[in-house]
Design a binder for this molecule. Structure first.
Ligand code: DC
Length: 217
């Protein structure tokens, strides 16, 4: 490996939907001046294409073909509010079950970490287990499903979307079930992770906790 391209520090942040991992990852990367990759955005980008092309997410061959067609235009910087809607999120969680789709997206993510100059923060579901198993710091950021559903409900309200609390909770539980294999991998004691439960914490307290862990290393 080219020495100049060797990342100094890789921080892997995994956790379920609406756990607060994304905003933590973004803040840490800005503070430390590290590169930042929201890996969920890659799955969401594929999901958006699947939706735009009216592909059935259960049609594996069509989803894989759509993913392949996107390879050359994958980006680390999606600032597309279209990716943030719940339909895209839930489709992303469905297409993420297809191993070939994951395999196609792995290389982009690993290259991103490898090419970081000073360091990189990546957030997702499988960063500490599959993408960067040798990451210097692995955080598993979580919160109760009720708390995460509450956050999602408030976020939808703030965007003027009138959702019903019980259906937001049910959707969150479905997402957890689909993402389960990857989330459970973090419970394996072989994967040496720091757990941050954000249920009762403010975003600032979550950041403080993460910095405490990073500084202790
Ligand atoms: O983190 P997010 O909500 O933006 O991710 C959307 C979906 O993508 C999520 O439900 C599962 C999938 N995903 C994944 O399987 N692996 C990742 N590293 C990131 C996301």
């Amino acid at each position: 490996m080219d020495k100049e391209n060797t990342p100094k520090i890789i921080i892997a942040i995994d956790g379920p939907a609406a756990s607060g991992k994304g905003s933590l990852a973004k803040k840490l990367a800005a503070m430390l001046e590290y590169d930042f990759l929201d890996t969920g955005a890659l799955y969401r980008r594929v999901a958006l294409k699947v939706l735009e092309q009216n592909i059935d997410p259960a049609n594996k061959d069509a989803v894989i073909a759509a993913t392949r067609a996107l390879i050359t235009e994958l980006s680390a910087e999606y600032d597309d509010s279209a990716l943030r809607n719940d339909n895209v999120g839930s489709t992303a969680s469905k297409i993420a079950q297809i191993q070939a789709v994951r395999d196609i997206l792995v290389e982009f993510q690993r290259d991103f970490a490898k090419n970081a100059k000073k360091g990189a923060v990546l957030d997702g579901r499988d960063i500490g287990t599959v993408i960067c198993p040798d990451a210097d710091i692995k955080l598993f950021v979580t919160a109760s499903v009720e708390k995460r559903a509450e956050r999602r409900y408030l976020e939808l309200q703030s965007r003027g979307i009138n959702a019903k609390k019980p259906s937001v909770l049910a959707e969150m539980q479905e997402r957890d079930d689909r993402d389960k294999a990857r989330l459970d991998a973090h419970l394996n004691p072989d994967h040496d992770k720091y757990l941050i439960d954000t249920s009762g914490l403010t975003p600032q307290a979550v950041l403080d906790e993460a910095l405490k862990i990073i500084n202790s290393r």
